[in-house]
Design a binder for this molecule. Sequence first.
Ligand SMILES: *[C@@H]1O[C@H](CO)[C@@H](O)[C@H](O)[C@H]1NC(C)=O
Ligand SMILES: *[C@@H]1O[C@H](CO)[C@@H](O)[C@H](O)[C@H]1NC(C)=O
Ligand SMILES: *[C@@H]1O[C@H](CO)[C@@H](O)[C@H](O)[C@H]1NC(C)=O
Ligand SMILES: *[C@@H]1O[C@H](CO)[C@@H](O)[C@H](O)[C@H]1NC(C)=O
Length: 367
Amino acid sequence: MKNGEAVGGGGGGSSISPLVSFLLGAAMAIVCILFVVSASPGRRLADISAWSNATATAEDTPQEVAAASNITAAPSPVQAPAPVSAYGDLEEVLRRAAMKDRTVIMTQINAAWTKPGSLLDLFLESFRTGEGGVARLLDHLVIVSMDPAAYEGCQAVHRHCYFLRTTGVDYRSEKMFMSKDYLEMMWGRNKFQQTVLQLGYNFLFTDVDVMWFRDPFRHISMGADMAISTDVFMGDPYSLGNFPNGGFLFVRSSNKTVELYRSWQQGRWRFFGKHEQDVFNLIKHEQAARLQLTIQFLDTTYISGFCQLSKDLDKICTLHANCCVGLAAKLHDLRSVLDVWTNYTAAPPEDRRAGKFQWNLPGICIH
Ligand SMILES: *[C@@H]1O[C@H](CO)[C@@H](O)[C@H](O)[C@H]1NC(C)=O
Ligand SMILES: *[C@@H]1O[C@H](CO)[C@@H](O)[C@H](O)[C@H]1NC(C)=O
Ligand SMILES: *[C@@H]1O[C@H](CO)[C@@H](O)[C@H](O)[C@H]1NC(C)=O
Ligand SMILES: *[C@@H]1O[C@H](CO)[C@@H](O)[C@H](O)[C@H]1NC(C)=O
């Protein structure tokens, strides 16, 4: 827009009549708008568009043209095929998986994590060997796949699979922490979460390297707009001084939380090069105040991780392989954790209470 005005103003100084000059300026503005729209290559729609049964992959372009033409008031293109939905079968998958209160559990995988004996196997095994009905929560788990192989891997073992088509990143392999692809993946995940909120679903997002031993929902406050796990829990669940970890994150769908996600996404450019967790830390104070958000930080006694390990097996609900870099290290330590847990659950109550069971320490990461 700014460029358009500048050019139009320059034209006014010459012999061209004011009307022509105005029209030229307007035309330039339109060109600018079109340029901006086409320069951001379909992020908004293409990021989230999905692959339903390997069909309908090329729907992005007509929608973009339609959106741009509305802005510039040009006649609409003759027959843009009515796309099924910008999200593919996302709404259908969410509807099938949701609890009565429209809450879904979500995790995200790529091919490197779906091989037999890899993280997805351990993740699902934890639910099945968990206690107090945590296995039933699998009915509400949506596994978001980042590449075709992961989608296939998901379908072989689970009912609710969704293919998230993303542009420009090869998601198949393990991502090195803070590489360009890693950042792209983390921000893509953030954007996807916003979409789920906008569709009216609350979600509990869990990394696939979180073991689920007991139902964690009982530790999430009814009044929280957002509940997030912590690397280090400082003792006060409502203090913004805690160190959040987005690998385990509950968000309740509302205008406030959608607005939070908008600001969060903008923070990507305000604090360029940072990953979403750092940006959250940078904006949490201003946004919590502006939107009057209740943000609960989860106690590591229950919602734990390798960073601050809960040693009380009678209380622990989930355990995240955080503070641990590398797939092999995570697999090693989580396997060991699951083996101890299996022995613990098989033991009589008095042995459990006697504290006979402890994690095998140290592992590669866990200590
Ligand atoms: C996928 O394809 C199979 C077989 O062609 C069909 O039975 C199923 O309903 C399809 N699923 C979706 C979501 O379109
Ligand atoms: C297009 O513009 C009309 C009115 O100008 C508006 O009602 C409609 O919501 C717009 N559509 C889109 C897709 O922006
Ligand atoms: C969001 O706000 C709009 C109007 O401001 C309202 O109609 C809508 O119900 C709100 N949605 C939620 C989920 O609160
Ligand atoms: C589990 O219990 C069996 C039998 O008591 C024991 O041999 C094994 O070492 C235990 N595993 C772990 C990981 O503690």
